[in-house]
Design a protein around this ligand. Structure first.
Ligand code: ADP
Length: 304
């Protein structure tokens, strides 16, 4: 049986170095990356839609064309007159990647500004995915609008999945950031944190601390990703498992490890696969993704 997964957030223009004086243009963003991998891993009877706001400029048009070509639905995406997408530039210095962002005036910051439109998109979906980056780009009033709709979706029995993806530079201060991440988790039925972020910002000493902290907020299902150390899942009150990472033959770029894990994991879960098996599939997809450059790798390269 099919359904619809809706991923909510910001897709940006990505510029990366392509030789002396040349830049390559792509499109990426955490929630979009997850939509990409969910689309690649889900059977055809499942629809994957992206929810954001873009501008009415040629780059926004190109972004929508790329999404449609990937099989990702764009009908819920609002176009805002006079706006443009956010953009980031990846610079390589001695093999280290640094990111510069231009996103303060991005159209995506207005993604929750039409509550009726947002409600209709969520009502028409079975699974809703969002992240701490989705929340971090929004004004406080828009955060409240989005979280109210997500809580409503949860109350209706939909799967609401949340990756805290904690990025301090998006937030005005630490207290508000941590409080809003917790509010995001409370609105979700499944939280997918990365231990690295959680230990840095919430001070968790162990993966078990991260699981316990989200469970204490009332989150039913938690899957903590911990890079090469694997993932720990805790579903409901009885299902606990440690799922090892799949050794990557050659790690070239870990961008999107967590996003691809989430997309692949969700794609199996929503089809009724047991959580530990679904997480093992997420790990196998992530191990392939980190063996290639860039956030989005061709679906043909992924394990079936
Ligand atoms: P994020 O990208 O959100 O920080 P992680 O780094 O925890 O997420 O990685 C997510 C998943 O990707 C892990 O649970 C693991 O399955 C896989 N992964 C990440 N790094 C490696 C690695 N070096 N080797 C093998 N698998 C990895």
């Amino acid at each position: 049986m099919g359904g619809k997964l809706l991923s909510i957030g910001e897709c940006m223009v990505e510029l990366s170095q392509a030789g002396e004086g040349l830049l390559r243009k792509g499109f990426a963003g955490d929630t979009f990356n997850t939509a990409w991998y969910a689309r690649a891993c889900l059977p055809a009877e499942w629809l994957v839609d992206y929810y954001t706001a873009v501008g009415d400029d040629p780059l926004s048009t190109e972004m929508l064309t790329m999404m449609k070509a990937a099989g990702i639905g764009t009908t819920a995406i609002r176009r805002i007159e006079g706006k443009t997408p956010g953009l980031y530039l990846i610079t390589l210095k001695n093999g280290e990647r640094t990111f510069s962002y231009w996103r303060d005036t991005a159209a995506a910051k207005k993604l929750a500004d039409d509550p009726d439109h947002l409600r209709a998109a969520i009502e028409g979906s079975d699974v809703v995915y969002f992240s701490g980056i989705t929340l971090g780009i929004l004004a406080p009033g828009a955060v409240d609008t989005l979280l109210a709709e997500l809580r409503r979706a949860k109350a209706w029995g939909k799967t609401v999945a949340f990756d805290p993806n904690i990025r301090p530079r998006l937030w005005p201060n630490k207290d508000y950031m941590l409080k809003t991440i917790e509010d995001g988790a409370r609105a979700a039925t499944l939280v997918l944190p990365s231990f690295d972020d959680e230990t840095t910002h919430f001070g968790d000493k162990t993966v078990a601390d991260t699981v316990a902290r989200y469970k204490a907020l009332g989150v039913e299902n938690v899957a903590v990703k911990n890079g090469a150390e694997g993932a720990t899942i805790s579903f409901g009150t009885s299902e606990q498992a440690y799922v090892p990472a799949v050794a990557a033959t050659n790690v070239v770029d870990t961008t999107s490890a967590g996003d691809s894990f989430n997309g692949a994991f969700l794609s199996r879960l929503v089809c009724g696969v047991a959580p530990a098996e679904a997480a093992a599939y997420g790990a196998s997809v992530a191990s392939v993704v980190i063996g290639h450059h860039g956030a989005l790798i061709s679906p043909g390269l992924l394990p079936g």
